[in-house]
Design a protein around this ligand. Structure first.
Ligand SMILES: C[S@@+](CC[C@H](N)C(=O)[O-])C[C@H]1O[C@@H](n2cnc3c(N)ncnc32)[C@H](O)[C@@H]1O
Length: 215
């Protein structure tokens, strides 16, 4: 249950302002979730067995290096969305021109309708901000619109022993079972996790699941 005393953006505009301010003026390793190599995520992408010609979207990507590493591995159809233009501009400057498709779009995952589908949906540390059931319903609806039949989903959140807040916002911590239960209609392929070490040396427990759409 979320702490009632914590600030919580109430609508899309407030969410957008909040996250732009989080990134504005910071260095990439100035946020607790920074990873130079997102090993857990890359391992889960490998586990899907999807070829490098298949489409991958990273939702709430921030300035994660996941797309950098996927470009390096030869993936040719990549998308990253985030509420923060600053974060995505940083990614564009870092990655530069790529041989394939790399769409970096400012968008809210809660009402994302890109008019196309993806073979893999990746979310690290976004779903856990959705403390209200109606927000999680909106997220699931976006996922349903965006995922190919039989597509894969990676969701990583703080675990049961993880922090109570992330970036100053209330979050929901999940066990593997609780997280998988949020996605009816998806087969649980595997469970994993990590103790993420923040740039200032503290540890954050993450729960991760890999799902596959049963359609
Ligand atoms: C804790 S950070 C994680 C960033 C990235 N996934 C990573 O692992 O490095 C959460 C990110 O989600 C973005 N975000 C939060 N709510 C969002 C929403 N409703 N739609 C799109 N992006 C969102 C924030 O701007 C921020 O970049």
């Amino acid at each position: 249950m979320a702490d009632a005393d914590l600030y919580r953006p109430e609508d899309a505009a407030a969410r957008s302002d909040y996250w732009e301010n989080v990134h504005d003026g910071k260095d990439e390793d100035g946020v607790s979730w920074w990873q130079s190599v997102p090993e857990l995520s890359l391992g889960l992408v490998d586990e899907t067995g999807l070829g490098i010609d298949r489409s991958v979207i990273d939702v709430g990507a921030g300035w994660s290096t996941l797309v950098d590493h996927l470009v390096e591995r030869g993936y040719t159809d990549l998308t990253a969305i985030d509420l923060s233009m600053t974060a995505l501009t940083t990614v564009r400057e870092r990655v530069g021109a790529v041989p394939g498709r790399l769409d970096l779009d400012v968008a809210d995952v809660l009402d994302f309708r890109p008019g196309r589908t993806f073979a893999l949906w990746h979310d690290r540390a976004v779903f856990h901000f959705l403390t209200e059931e109606d927000e999680r319903d909106d997220y699931r609806l976006s996922l349903e619109h965006c995922l190919e039949p039989g597509g894969f989903v990676v969701v990583a959140t703080f675990g049961p022993d993880g922090p109570l807040t992330c970036s100053g916002l209330p979050i929901v911590r999940y066990t593997h079972e609780e997280l998988a239960a949020e996605f009816p209609g998806y087969r649980l392929v595997s469970t994993s996790g990590e103790d993420h070490v923040t740039p200032w040396g503290t540890r954050q427990q993450f729960t991760a699941i890999l799902l596959q759409h049963e359609g």
